[in-house]
Design a protein around this ligand. Structure first.
Ligand code: NAP
Ligand code: GLV
Length: 308
């Protein structure tokens, strides 16, 4: 039973291999691109594709993602071969914690207090909000629901935007194009957790950012290309946005000279909000390998037509 490992960008390769070998000693793991005869390969574990990666893999049973997002390879999937996302509660908690931190940073005026501290100023910023503050989560799937429920526990009123209508209780739900306009109009904090697909690429452009309440905050933890970066900068310049926290940018890494680095209203982390944990991830991958070999459906299958 041969698995090709190409997890770069989603966990340490050596740790992935050690965990998989511990769980499945019968698995022969080959590193991309030294894969020997591609006809031997039954499984590919990857985060991003490469030209010709799947060529000659005539015995391929399943493609398994080393991350939650599959935009790095979904366009290259061979016809008829099932693929699965990594849906790991460990990662969901890490993502949710990062997003809650970012929302609280802005909602509790931390940028202003940091500035005051630098100048030795003791002065209350306006803190009292007697109505729940509104958070909109674009893409309210596995990670969005976990994040939303933590924010709801902290007193925020949370609405999740989805492609199809969903019961997200206790969160509210909006979906589709009309739902997006409504969500943008009410979101003091806009969190992006959408997968990158042909439908979501460039979704947040100048027109849509202009629908946000004046001074709203934008938090992106999914993919940089969902927002038109120059429109984001213009929205910050105009004051439409009061600040942004970006774990993802376009491109990555963000070039050293990019003006986003030097903005006092932008916080940047280098795509670390929810790094893959190979220890918890390997158990989930091993279960899908078992399922594929038993002819059972994979957990969390990728729908190549939707792109996620
Ligand atoms: P998921 O469970 O597949 O959820 C995706 C959500 O997006 C679903 O609610 C889906 O709607 C919605 N959606 C997709 N296309 C849409 C569209 N065109 N219009 C409106 N809603 C749409 O994904 P997840 O596990 O939560 O992960 C989300 C993303 O987070 C990943 O794709 C990845 O890019 C990113 N991520 C980043 C990091 C990091 O470290 N920064 C780590 C992990 C994940 P339906 O419910 O109707 O299907
Ligand atoms: C990270 O970005 C992931 O999709 O897991």
């Amino acid at each position: 039973m041969v698995l090709v490992c190409k997890t770069g960008g989603a966990g340490d390769d050596e740790q992935w291999k050690a965990e998989l070998r511990r769980l499945m000693p019968e698995l022969e793991i080959r590193d991309w691109p030294d894969i020997g005869d591609p006809a031997d390969v039954e499984f590919v574990l990857l985060f991003a594709s490469a030209p010709g990666l799947f060529d000659g893999m005539t015995g391929l049973r399943a493609v398994l993602s080393a991350g939650a997002g599959v935009d790095g390879f979904v366009g290259d999937l061979p016809q008829g071969v099932p693929a699965a996302r990594l849906v790991d509660p460990w990662m969901q908690t890490a993502m949710a914690a990062w997003i809650v931190h970012a929302v609280l940073h802005f909602s509790r005026n931390m940028p202003a207090y940091a500035d005051q501290q630098a100048r030795g100023v003791w002065r209350e910023q306006f803190e009292a909000h007697f109505e729940p503050r509104r958070v909109g989560i674009l893409g309210c799937g596995e990670i969005g629901r976990r994040t939303g429920s933590l924010l709801a526990d902290l007193g925020f009123r949370v609405t999740g935007w989805t492609r199809t209508a969903r019961d997200l209780a206790p969160l509210e739900n909006l979906h589709g194009a009309a739902g997006l306009d409504e969500l943008l109009g009410e979101s003091e904090f806009l969190v992006c957790l959408l997968p990158l697909t042909p439908e979501t690429e460039g979704l947040l452009d100048a027109g849509r950012l202009a629908r946000l309440p004046e001074g709203a905050f934008f938090i992106n933890a999914s993919r940089g290309r969902i927002v038109v970066q120059q429109d984001l900068v213009a929205a910050l310049d105009s004051g439409r946005l009061g600040g942004a926290w970006l774990d993802v940018t376009d491109p990555e890494p963000l070039p050293p000279g990019d003006p986003l680095w030097r903005r006092p209203d932008v916080w940047i982390t280098p795509h670390v909000a929810g790094v893959t944990n190979p220890v918890t991830g390997a158990a989930l991958v091993a279960e899908n390998i078992r399922r594929a070999r038993a002819g059972e459906p994979l957990t969390h299958p990728v729908d190549r037509n939707r792109g996620y």
